[in-house]
Design a protein around this ligand. Structure first.
Ligand code: GAL
Length: 401
């Protein structure tokens, strides 16, 4: 890509390579280019950044980081502690981020009194998507409770369809599981579960209930073991081969990129038990400290990412919602509007994603996902044994904090 009029080209590492993700990034790149910032794409495919983070880490260890990278949540604060990211305090002040952005967003990008990344958008993890035409054909009501889900599953099975698009990929199992933790355990317990210091919370019966629910959910399709990228599950829903899909709302961005419309072609509900709650994962770009001096260009990029037009263009494609409180929700589709309004509602429960690094560090979230994966794969493992394993993992993590 040619360097823009002023400044240099910035290498940006991220993992947004699916149709919806790509579309969102392309919108950013275009808008940035118009404003003189050139983005050189360094994307590493793989859902949830499992591969991208490995590549990025090895480059950082080799002393050759990218200029900018999608580094989020706990990983972001850990890296800030290591002095790997540039503070953006001046940019945040000039852009009046404190006044314009949701408190939860500011909290995620602030660490030890510094702003350490530019926020892009807020994803809602507790999202259940369903196929509207199938719902109309089978005369089903919106899936609001687990009974609704069970009824829908029975009807879908009778019609020869897969009830729930599903993958045993560890991060996807962990993503579904945390929505069940919130639904079955409630927001107070979930908040404790997400803070590693309180490892005892993982002994709560709510965790056991969530594990039982996880196995039940996975059993809705019968015994077949499927391990596929999240985009394949989204495709099953899009084509009406599967009726439902529980996934972060980047899946909504994907369906939109393929031409499906929220509210018409697919519906979105909160995962049962989580209506009015927001289980969030906030995407953020960190400006990495490198050998080459790029600070001015990095600042400029951070500044532009926060601006309202950029926020809308990107998030409307990504499935996430703008980080700003001053946008017009009428400009969002109905899935996104509910997400944004939930964030904006005073006193609503807003909980950090464990599976997407908002609360757990990289190795803890991987260990949790591996334990859940084993539970799903091996029917001999009881929910009680798995709960004990989860307790051990979190207890270990609490000890090294
Ligand atoms: C999440 C990330 C999203 C997303 C998804 C699937 O971790 O926050 O932006 O696209 O992974 O790759």
């Amino acid at each position: 890509m040619a360097a823009a009029a002023h400044g240099q080209t910035l290498d940006v590492l991220h993992w947004w390579t699916s149709a919806g993700e790509r579309r969102a990034v392309d919108r950013l790149v275009q808008q940035l280019e118009r404003q003189g910032v050139a983005w050189n794409d360094a994307a590493i495919p793989g859902g949830a950044g499992v591969a991208a983070m490995k590549v990025l880490k090895s480059r950082v260890l080799a002393g050759d980081p990218r200029d900018v990278a999608q580094v989020i949540g706990r990983t972001l604060t850990d890296w800030a502690d290591l002095g790997l990211v540039l503070p953006l305090d001046d940019v945040a002040q000039r852009g009046r981020w404190k006044q314009a952005m949701f408190p939860v967003v500011l909290q995620v990008v602030s660490h030890r009194h510094h702003v350490i990344a530019a926020p892009l958008g807020v994803h809602r993890i507790n999202t259940l998507l369903y196929h509207q035409a199938l719902w109309a054909r089978l005369k089903l009501g919106a899936p609001r409770t687990w009974d609704d889900v069970e009824q829908a599953a029975t009807a879908l099975r009778k019609a020869g369809l897969t009830p729930l698009a599903w993958s045993d990929e560890p991060w996807q199992v962990a993503t579904v599981f945390e929505t069940l933790l919130l639904g079955e355990g409630g927001p107070t317990l979930y908040a404790e579960l997400a803070s590693a210091q309180r490892w005892q919370a993982w002994q709560n019966p709510g965790v056991l209930k969530a594990l039982v629910r996880l196995r039940w959910l996975r059993g809705l399709n019968g015994d077949a073991a499927v391990e596929q990228p999240w985009t394949h599950s989204a495709r099953q829903l899009y084509q009406g081969q599967a009726g439902m899909f529980i996934m972060g709302d980047w899946a909504s961005g994907e369906l939109k990129a393929w031409g499906a419309q929220p509210g018409t072609d697919f519906g979105c509900a909160a995962v049962p038990g989580t209506a009015g709650m927001h289980l969030y994962s906030i995407d953020t770009l960190a400006m990495l400290v490198g050998k080459k001096r790029r600070d001015a260009d990095q600042d400029r990029l951070a500044e532009l990412l926060g601006q309202p037009a950029m926020q809308l263009a990107y998030n409307q494609a990504k499935g996430s919602v703008p980080v700003r409180t001053d946008i017009d929700p009428a400009q969002l589709d109905e899935c996104a509007r509910d997400s944004w309004q939930t964030l904006a509602r005073p006193g609503s429960s807003q909980l950090p994603s464990i599976a997407h690094r908002m609360s757990a560090d990289e190795s803890t979230k991987d260990a949790l996902a591996a334990a859940l994966h084993r539970f799903i794969k091996n029917r001999e493992l009881t929910p009680e044994q798995t709960q004990a394993r989860l307790v051990t993992i979190i207890r270990g993590a609490a000890r090294i904090q």
